[in-house]
Design a protein around this ligand. Structure first.
Ligand code: THU
Length: 130
């Protein structure tokens, strides 16, 4: 089932705007109700203003009504393995759970599947009011 997400992430990475890092990234999300969204990283000459592929994919999901993330594939076109950065782990946690599957891919295919809980244990949550 993750093969379609890998394909989407690969196609998204081809759209990356990454002239500064030369590190194109693609991400693809599947919601718990089966919708899929992809995104790429978009860099900026003012370096901190760029954003990640996962962030683009999440934005597409939110613009289409939002949802919960069941699984996500991430790949760096020129990397053997690309794990989500710290900020994207927290962004994914906003719409996922500790059980959300994170497929770590390279251009050829899926390398390893972990969970969001593995990547971001004890994620920040404001919890219940006292
Ligand atoms: N990048 C992502 O798109 N996702 C990640 O989770 C890790 C990093 C991008 C940001 C930047 O454009 C490039 O990879 C190099 O850091």
């Amino acid at each position: 089932m993750a093969e379609d997400l890998h394909k989407m992430a690969l196609e998204a990475a081809a759209h990356a705007h990454a002239p500064y890092s030369d590190f194109p990234v693609g991400a693809a999300i599947r919601t718990t109700d089966g919708r899929t969204y992809a995104g790429c990283n978009v860099e900026n000459v003012s370096y901190p203003e760029g954003w990640c592929a996962e962030t683009s994919a999440i934005a597409h999901m939110v613009m289409d009504g939002g949802g919960k993330i069941a699984e996500v594939a991430v790949l760096g076109l020129k990397a053997n393995l690309c794990t989500p950065c710290g900020g994207c782990r927290q962004r994914l946690a906003e719409f996922g759970t500790a059980e959300t599957k994170v497929h770590l891919c390279n251009a050829e295919g899926l390398v390893e599947t972990v969970t969001l809980g593995d990547l971001l244990p004890n994620s920040f949550d404001m919890g219940e009011a006292p």
